[in-house]
Write a protein that binds this ligand. Structure first.
Ligand code: KG4
Ligand code: ZN
Length: 414
C-alpha cells in the first residue's frame, strides 16, 4: 500500500473491484496497433477535475472537465475538503468520459500522466491515488507532472514553438516568469512575493459582491472583473503600480488588493450602502484594478525580456513570449502584453482561453513531451508522492535583481 504525504489526511483509494468494473466498461481491442504515442492526462491540483487523451501529433482525442467554480463561489473561496470531495465524486466519470470520447481502448494508452505538484494536498491526493490504481490495473508507465511546467508547454501543442522561450504564468495560484530551455529545463526569473493576480482579482470581486451582479453571478472573480471593466473608466482613481522601485522581475498583488479595498470602503460610505451590496461604481473599480495589474505584469515581463536578451538567453529578434494560466485568458492583459512585444520585437503567443485555465489536455501533452524526450517515465510507482509545494526550475531571480535593469516607459494605451 502506498503511503502518501501525511497532510493528505484520509487517503482516498477506490476499491480494486470498482476500478475493474470501470475498465470493463470499455471495449478492449488487444490487436489494434497505434502508430502514435497516446497519453491519458489527469488533473486535480486545484478545483477542476479534468482528463484528456492526446496523441503524439497533438490531436486531442477526448477530453472532459468538471469545474467546481460555482460551488466555491458560494463559499467565498476554495474549501480544500470540499474540493477533495468533489474530485472524489467526479474523477471516475471524467476519466471515463475522456476515454470514451477518444474511442480508444485503455490498453492502447502509451502512459498515464497526472499532476502531482504543486497544488492543494487534498486535491492532488485524489488524482494521484486514482491514477496509481489505473496504472496498476493497466500495467502502463506513469508520468508525474509539474502543473506549472504543463501550463508552460501547452503552447507547443497549439503552435510550432522551439526552445528557448520566455513564459509568463499568471493564474489563481501562481505568478511567475521563467525561461523555458527544454521540456524539463526552466530558469525562474521572478515570482510573486505574496498572492497571485487571479487570487487578487477573486478577492476584489468578492469584496465587490459581484456574485450578486446579474451579469457576473456564475463567473470566476477574474472573469467578472474583465467583464465589468469593459463598462468602467480606468481613470476613475489612481493606484500606484506595486514594487515600483524594485529592479527585479518579482511581483506583488497584496498591496493592490488592500488599496482597492480601502477605495471600496470609501465609495460605500459615499454611496451610503453596506458591504455586501453592489456599488454603482463597481465597473470603474474593476477597470482600475485590471489596468494597474496589467501594467505591473507588463513592467516585470519587460525587464525579463531585457535581461534574457542581455545575457543571450533569448534571440535579439523574434523571441517568443508565451502567456498562460487563467489570468492570461484576460484580453485586456493580452493587449497590454502585445504593446510590450511590439516594442521589444518579440512575438506574443497565448494558448486559447480554455487551454489557459486548468485542463486535462495540458497534462496529457506534457506526458507526450516527456515520452518523446524520454524524461521522467516511471515503470515502478513505489513510493511516489504528491508535493503541495514545488518550485519551478532553477531560481536565478537574485541574479536578475542584481542586474538592476532599468525599464523604459511604455505608453499603455489599451
Ligand atoms: O489557471 P487557473 O484555471 O487555475 C490556477 O491554476 O489557479 O486560473 C484560475 C484563475 C482564477 O483566479 C480566475 O479568477 C482567473 O484565473 N481568471 C481570470 C479570467 N478567467 C479566469 N482572470 C482574469 N481574467 C479572466 N478572463
Ligand atoms: Zn493552473
Amino acid at each position: 500500500m502506498l503511503i502518501l504525504n501525511k497532510t493528505a489526511g484520509v487517503f482516498f483509494k477506490p476499491s480494486k473491484r470498482k476500478v475493474y468494473e470501470f475498465l470493463r466498461s470499455f471495449n478492449f481491442h488487444p490487436g489494434t496497433q497505434f502508430l502514435h504515442k497516446i497519453v491519458l492526462g489527469i488533473e486535480t491540483s486545484c478545483d477542476d477535475t479534468a482528463a484528456a487523451v492526446v496523441d503524439e501529433t497533438g490531436n486531442v482525442l477526448g477530453e472532459a472537465i468538471h469545474s467546481q467554480t460555482e460551488v466555491h463561489l458560494k463559499t467565498g473561496g476554495i474549501v480544500p475538503a470540499v474540493a477533495q470531495q468533489l474530485h472524489r465524486d467526479n474523477i471516475q466519470r471524467i476519466v471515463q468520459e475522456a476515454l470514451s470520447a477518444s474511442r480508444i481502448s485503455p490498453s492502447d494508452l502509451s502512459a498515464i500522466a497526472t499532476t502531482i505538484k504543486p497544488g492543494l494536498a487534498l486535491s492532488l491526493g485524489v488524482g494521484l491515488s486514482f491514477s496509481l490504481q489505473l496504472v496498476g490495473q493497466l500495467k502502463k508507465p506513469f508520468i508525474p507532472i509539474h502543473h506549472m511546467e504543463a501550463h508552460a508547454l501547452t503552447i507547443r501543442l497549439t503552435n510550432k514553438v522551439e526552445f528557448p522561450f520566455l513564459v509568463l504564468l499568471i493564474s489563481g495560484g501562481h505568478c511567475l516568469l521563467a525561461l523555458v530551455q527544454g521540456v524539463s529545463d526552466f530558469l525562474l526569473l521572478g515570482k510573486s512575493l505574496d498572492i497571485a493576480p487571479g487570487d487578487m482579482l477573486d478577492k476584489v470581486a468578492r469584496r465587490l459582491s459581484l456574485i450578486k451582479h446579474p451579469e457576473c453571478s456564475t463567473m470566476s472573480g477574474g472573469k467578472a472583473i474583465e467583464h465589468l471593466a469593459k463598462q468602467g473608466n480606468r481613470f476613475h482613481f489612481d493606484i500606484k503600480p506595486p514594487l515600483h522601485h524594485a529592479k527585479n522581475c518579482d511581483f506583488s498583488f497584496t498591496g493592490l488588493q488592500q488599496v482597492t479595498n480601502k477605495r471600496i470602503m470609501k465609495k460605500e460610505k459615499e454611496e451610503g450602502i453596506e458591504e455586501g451590496q453592489v456599488l454603482s461604481s463597481a465597473a470603474d473599480i474593476a477597470a482600475t484594478v485590471q489596468h494597474t495589474m496589467a501594467c505591473h505584469i507588463v513592467k516585470r515581463t519587460h525587464r525579463a525580456i531585457l535581461f534574457c536578451k542581455q545575457r543571450d538567453l533569448l534571440p535579439q529578434n523574434n523571441a517568443v513570449l508565451v502567456a498562460s494560466g487563467g489570468v492570461a485568458s484576460n484580453f485586456y492583459v493580452r493587449r497590454a502584453l502585445e504593446i510590450l512585444t511590439n516594442a521589444t520585437q518579440c512575438t506574443l503567443l497565448c494558448p486559447p482561453p480554455r487551454l489557459c485555465t486548468d485542463n486535462g489536455i495540458m497534462i496529457a501533452w506534457n506526458g507526450i513531451e516527456r515520452l518523446r524526450a524520454g524524461l521522467g517515465i516511471l515503470h515502478d510507482i513505489e513510493g511516489i508522492r504528491y508535493e503541495p509545494k514545488c518550485p519551478l526550475g532553477v531560481d536565478i531571480s537574485k541574479e536578475v535583481g542584481e542586474a538592476a535593469i532599468k525599464v523604459p516607459q511604455l505608453k499603455m494605451e489599451i
